[in-house]
Write a protein that binds this ligand. Structure first.
Ligand SMILES: Cc1cc2nc3c(=O)[nH]c(=O)nc-3n(C[C@H](O)[C@H](O)[C@H](O)COP(=O)(O)OP(=O)(O)OC[C@H]3O[C@@H](n4cnc5c(N)ncnc54)[C@H](O)[C@@H]3O)c2cc1C
Ligand code: FES
Ligand code: FES
Length: 489
């Protein structure tokens, strides 16, 4: 069991000890109110604007890994053993950092409110090693996708990013130069320590002991949802159990044809591992929140919050994924499609946590067709209006089997059972999109809300299925649509 002692981390280059901070204190409030480091700004307090962006450096396999996060929804207790870098620390004495100088040179700032956040996102980008020329623009867009600017316009900021990358390719900054010293300082922090109220177990056993001791304490991971309880719903919490240091939850492996994704893995980690295997998965994960969100948000959090518009459930349900629920000394494995019961209600028992998700390699890389589509108002940093994932498994005996999973169409992420069996019924005949619409109308009665009307959702869902069929039959779009063609597509 970790001793409850003191929170220790590097604030820029200074080792800080904080014995008595509230567990629900955000990093942003800590910086602005406790440290008077007001360079980091508050815009939305909900992870959407990037004004509060800071960079966290962690020691990974003997070198520092730099990640941008939204400090408004990150909790200060999670800083233990890491380095928090803020905009005040970038300049080296009187000399601006390359990132700052590029923003000046290319006129990347007007009112300046968004500027510290952009500078910190660009600083994180400057730490990308070996940027390929052909992927440079998309990398810049991905690092800036979580930062809003209302007055400068993005082109000068993109120009500044380009100039900065030219420089960082050939020059070190003061962070590179003192990397060894920073790592030594980070290693001197005893990982067993933790601030009062913010509990950081390092193993599942410790986590279950703490859960038994503090049954009412929320178990949180990346805090990208939970943070809003504090900043938007103004809730306070005396005790919080964080999963971020539990090593067993943080791995992704492929063994004997089964992918095992630890619940604590971030979306960024998932993107690096599964993105190269499938274009649609890469695109979906690249459009999941922003870089800051993907650096913190986890797989377990996305399933645990049970949002009807979460992006992972449709993807994983179409892959026939199973969810592993663990309690002290016990484990059960459920089909993910059965995990969601009703709006924000799941099968998770009070004494359990989500420990992993499993799916078969064959499902993704076999002879079936798999696609996932996200429809949202913006490309970057936007939640889905409708998300649809389809898997078609051809079969010589009965033609094949469709699995269709939707987000944004019901109170829970859900399979479209009527569409799945209609797909079988129309297997031998001409496929008429009206059939899909009728089937989907039986499967779903979506609600209309600020994001979209019910009619729009049904129309989009139908169109996404038609698109799936067309894509499976690539190049044969002028032919009558037959699902049987998908089998041979
Ligand atoms: C700006 C912004 C953009 C976003 N964009 C997207 C998007 O594009 N797509 C999308 O799907 N989501 C999006 N989200 C929502 C959110 O980022 C995801 O749901 C995320 O995956 C939650 O993970 P987390 O680790 O941050 O969860 P947390 O906030 O830590 O926890 C969320 C919930 O899950 C529970 N939980 C966490 N870990 C576990 C576990 N191991 N076992 C059991 N319960 C657990 C917690 O108790 C809590 O109830 C966005 C959020 C923000 C703020
Ligand atoms: S203040 Fe807007 S993302 Fe944090
Ligand atoms: S410079 Fe004003 S919001 Fe960006």
């Amino acid at each position: 069991m970790p001793e409850t002692v003191v929170l220790r981390f590097l604030l820029n280059q200074t080792l800080v000890e904080e014995p008595d901070l509230p567990p629900d204190l955000t990093v942003l409030d800590y910086l602005r109110e406790h440290r008077r480091l007001t360079g980091t700004k508050e815009g939305c307090a909900s992870g959407d604007c990037g004004a509060c962006t800071v960079v966290i450096a962690s020691e990974v396999n003997g070198s520092l890994q730099y990640k941008s996060i939204n400090s408004c929804i990150a909790l200060v207790g999670d800083l233990h053993g890491r380095q928090l870098i803020t905009v005040e620390h970038l300049a080296d004495g009187d000399k601006l950092h390359m990132v700052q100088q590029s923003m000046v040179d290319y006129h990347g700032s007007q009112c300046g409110f968004c500027t510290p956040g952009f500078v910190m996102s660009l600083f994180a980008l400057s730490k990308e090693r070996a940027v390929q020329e052909e992927s440079r623009r998309s990398l810049i867009m991905s690092y800036l996708g979580g930062n809003l600017c209302r007055c400068t316009g993005y082109r000068p900021i993109i120009d500044a990013a380009n100039s900065m990358l030219d420089q960082t390719a050939v020059q070190q900054d003061q962070f590179d130069q003192c990397e060894t010293q920073t790592i030594e300082l980070l290693q001197s922090i005893n990982s067993q320590q933790s601030s009062s109220g913010f509990l950081r177990p390092e193993s599942l056993n410790q986590l279950f002991e703490l859960k038994a001791q503090f049954p009412a304490a929320p178990v949180v991971s990346g805090c990208t949802d939970f943070g809003l309880e504090i900043t938007q719903r103004l809730q306070s919490f005396e005790t919080i159990i964080s999963t971020t240091s539990v090593a067993e939850l943080n791995t992704i492996s492929l063994q004997e044809g089964v992918w095992r994704i630890g619940a604590g893995c971030t979306i960024g980690h998932l993107l690096t591992t599964l993105g190269p295997l499938h274009n649609d998965i890469r695109e979906l994960l690249q459009r999941y929140g922003s870089t800051q969100v993907r650096n913190a948000a986890t797989v377990g959090g996305n399933l645990g919050n049970a949002s009807p518009i979460g992006d992972l459930p449709p993807l994983l349900i179409a892959l026939n994924a199973r969810v592993v629920l663990k309690s002290s000394g016990a484990e059960r494995v459920l089909p993910l499609a059965q995990f969601f019961i009703d709006y924000k209600k799941t099968q998770l028992a009070q004494n359990e946590i989500i420990s992993a998700v499993l799916f078969d390699e064959q499902r993704l890389q076999g002879d079936g067709e798999f696609r996932i589509y996200k429809v949202s108002k913006r490309i970057d940093d936007d939640i889905s209006t409708v998300c649809a994932a389809f898997h078609w498994q051809p079969s010589n005996t009965d033609g094949g089997r469709l699995t269709a999973a939707f987000g944004g169409m019901a109170a829970i992420p859900k399979r479209a059972a009527t569409l799945e069996s209609a797909a079988k019924d129309i297997l031998a005949g001409t496929f008429d999109p009206v059939d899909a619409a009728l089937a989907l109308e039986k499967d779903f009665t979506p609600i209309g809300d600020a994001r979209a009307s019910a009619a729009y959702r049904i129309e989009v869902a139908k169109n996404l299925f038609v698109r799936f069929v067309l894509e499976c039959r690539a190049g044969e779009a002028d032919q009558p649509l037959k699902l049987s063609d998908v089998a041979h597509g």
